[in-house]
Design a protein around this ligand. Structure first.
Ligand SMILES: [Zn+2]
Length: 100
């Protein structure tokens, strides 16, 4: 069952955005020098799965990353919780700001 249907599904459920890649991309701005930095988090290595009961608000994945820009030595630290399908539930940052 399902080989053909599975393929159809793949064709028709490609959502808008960059979900075909293995990366999740964030833009952050350094608090110190204002540099905007693009952060790419690898779904299969940077982002870890959260065990049930360990996380707030039904998060399934968790990302913790330190980012260093090219213009200064200010270290930016982000922590992001994802729900099913890698939708962002919560995000925190220190040393910088998320650029929407
Ligand atoms: Zn900076």
């Amino acid at each position: 069952m399902g080989g053909f249907l599975e393929n159809l599904k793949k064709i028709f459920t490609v959502p808008t955005g960059d979900t075909t890649s293995n990366f999740i991309t964030f833009m952050v701005r350094c608090n110190k020098c204002g540099e905007e930095i693009t952060v790419r988090a690898r779904k299969n290595s940077d982002i870890s799965r959260v065990s049930e009961g360990e996380s707030p608000a039904g998060a399934e994945y968790f990302l913790r990353k330190e980012i260093l820009g090219g213009k200064c030595n200010n270290l930016i630290h982000i922590e992001v919780c994802f729900g099913p399908g890698f939708n962002i539930i919560s995000k925190e940052i220190s040393g910088g700001k998320f650029v929407e």
